[in-house]
Design a protein around this ligand. Structure first.
Ligand code: MN
Length: 160
């Protein structure tokens, strides 16, 4: 009888340990942030951005489909200048934690899975939070002209 109990205990401990390691492995896979969907592309060298930002141009706008689609990777603290889009923009958050702010409104926090719709001609900026990178896909209407770039986002504005 005692032998039987020992055997059952051994099996239980073995099964619980196996379950624990399975759950642990799944958690690691789910939170691994190197599972990027699009490669980060080329480092942006123009002065419309502050900090280190990468762009992978996924779709060029043309006469049939007038949206440009790009995957943008902002290193922590990096952001755009203030700017506006004559035909608006849609931001799909793929990874990390970012910020989005329209002129005259509070900055909002944008996380993986969030969708932001920027209205046409509304000055705004977007970028990474100060300690976490942010990857977004930006879908930008081009039928009414190019992005209009404005003044830099100051450190005070960025932190507010
Ligand atoms: Mn924008």
């Amino acid at each position: 009888m005692e032998k039987g109990l020992k055997y059952v205990s051994f099996i239980l401990v073995f099964l619980l340990t196996a379950c624990y390691y399975k759950v642990k492995t799944e958690n690691v896979a789910a939170t691994k942030s190197d599972d990027i969907i699009f490669t980060k592309g080329e480092k942006i060298t123009n002065n419309n951005f502050i900090g280190t930002v990468w762009l992978n141009n996924l779709v060029q706008a043309d006469s049939v489909n007038q949206n440009a689609v790009g995957s943008v990777t902002f290193e922590p603290g990096a952001r755009t200048k203030w700017h506006s889009h004559p035909a608006g923009q849609i931001i799909l958050a793929l990874e990390g934690v970012g910020y989005y702010q329209e002129k005259g409104s509070q900055k909002i926090i944008v996380k993986k899975g969030d969708v932001v719709k920027c209205p046409a001609n509304i000055p705004h900026w977007h970028g990474a939070s100060s300690d976490t990178k942010f990857i977004q896909v930006a879908i930008t209407g081009r039928e009414k002209g190019e992005t209009i770039w404005l003044e830099p986002v100051s450190d005070d504005e960025y932190r507010q």
